[in-house]
Design a protein around this ligand. Structure first.
Ligand SMILES: [Fe+2]
Length: 159
């Protein structure tokens, strides 16, 4: 984004880039764990859930890239190191179910992550409202996707 594009984002860009970086980091962490889950989930329903977690991982990766694009438009760069990503993501230690065929355990874990993402994008959408239209729209889009994913996971737990 050029100069004018940056001017119309009427927020402290440093603050905004930091908020976007936190979201970027979070998406990467979820991408990693969903991808890992797709590789290690076991049991009778492995084909279904391996595919489901793989798709989820791809979705989160796309989210991370959209955030990276917005960070670049604002003149920043996403966090560089993996350790910084883990720190910025702020979700602490992730524990997978000991039993790799415990699908409910996996789903519950990812549901929690979706809920964290919902909070994140809800805050971002609120804080950018009427101040930075482009980031606001991005936050709304991501929020809608995370809400749909939360619903999907909740449905699975109802089975
Ligand atoms: Fe996401």
């Amino acid at each position: 984004m050029g100069q004018k594009g940056r001017e119309i984002a009427k927020l402290d860009h440093k603050w905004l880039i930091n908020e976007l970086s936190k979201a970027y980091a979070f998406e990467w962490v979820v991408h990693y764990y969903a991808s890992l889950a797709s590789n290690i989930v076991s049991g009778l329903r492995t084909p279904v859930y391996a595919e489901l977690f793989k798709k989820a991982a791809e979705g989160e990766f796309e989210h991370a890239n959209k955030l990276a694009k917005r960070i670049a438009e604002l003149g920043g760069e996403p966090p560089f190191s993996m350790s910084e990503i883990e720190k910025l993501a702020g979700i602490g230690i992730i524990k997978f179910p000991e039993n790799r065929s415990d699908i409910r355990g996996f789903v519950q874990l990812f549901l929690k992550m979706e809920q964290h993402a919902i909070q994140l994008y809800s805050d971002l959408a609120e804080n950018t409202h009427n101040k930075d239209i482009v980031t606001h729209e991005l936050a709304e889009d991501l929020l809608a996707e995370e809400v749909a994913e939360e619903e999907e996971y909740e449905n699975m737990l109802r089975e």
